[in-house]
Design a protein around this ligand. Sequence first.
Ligand code: PBG
Length: 312
Amino acid sequence: MTQMPDPSRPLRIGTRGSALALAQAHETRDRLMAAHGLPAEAFAIVPIKTTGDRVLDRPLSAIGGKGLFTKEIEDALAADQIDIAVHSMKDMPVQQPEGMVIDCYLPREDVRDAFVSLQFASIADLPQGAVVGSSSLRRRAQLAHRRPDLQLVEFRGNVQTRLKKLEDGVAVASFLAMAGLSRLDMIGVARGPIQPDEMLPAVAQGAIGIERRRADDGIAALLAAIHDRPTGERLAAERSFLARLDGSCQTPIAGLAELRGDRLTLRGEILSPDGARVYAGTREGGIADGAALGADLAQELLSRAGPDFLKG
Ligand SMILES: NCc1[nH]cc(CCC(=O)O)c1CC(=O)O
């Protein structure tokens, strides 16, 4: 039986407090409103500060561990302080806490990275030795592999903070997810998207997942109305790839599943943090085989890279 919220008992939507996270929470609410003919007052957006939001003066790898952007939100879900949690799936560990499940995904946005610069139009235009800002281990390793001359500097913070750093000359270029810029209605900031052949995106980039308590069947029925099946099929392959790698958060990993008709193609790569070593591969098969294809591709790359490659 669907558990319909109403203004006297609104559905509490947990989210990080960044502008992007709030935009994603509002998109989730709006989709539920439209799907069930409910007013905005039947929902409450509940911002929650996470460790990743609090600690801004160090690289994420220095504060270690997975779940930097998710743990406090999952704690609130477990404590019945919220009813659902909205996450950027690229920040989501592959394992959810006991009693929690993610089985609802919104339609995936543009998966690509965006090249952002006030002076240059593309990576190819960057002069030798240019200073480029990114705190993403994946982006840093991919760039170091393609352009070992570039000087990479840490570049943490939300979208607005990173744009300010470019204006202040901390770096001459950086990267943001097209999905984030699009959801913030800031796509004009992008000089252009970077094709996956040039920089394969992070696993689950562009995807929003809704986490709930596994026992809440009424919430499950409510969410089923806004679940996007192709996004779920793609993420099953990508997150299976990530799960089999079981990379530390020190490990640059990229992966992208795409659907054509009833076929799924998965591309994946693992890199050494300095970009000196890259192992990449592809799998193609039936959509229902996505999880198996992901695990198989991960196994191949691990075999080629050797047992210590992912130790971080
Ligand atoms: N923690 C960074 C993060 N997590 C999700 C997004 C963008 C939205 C998405 O990929 O769904 C971003 C910003 C970025 O990479 O530019």
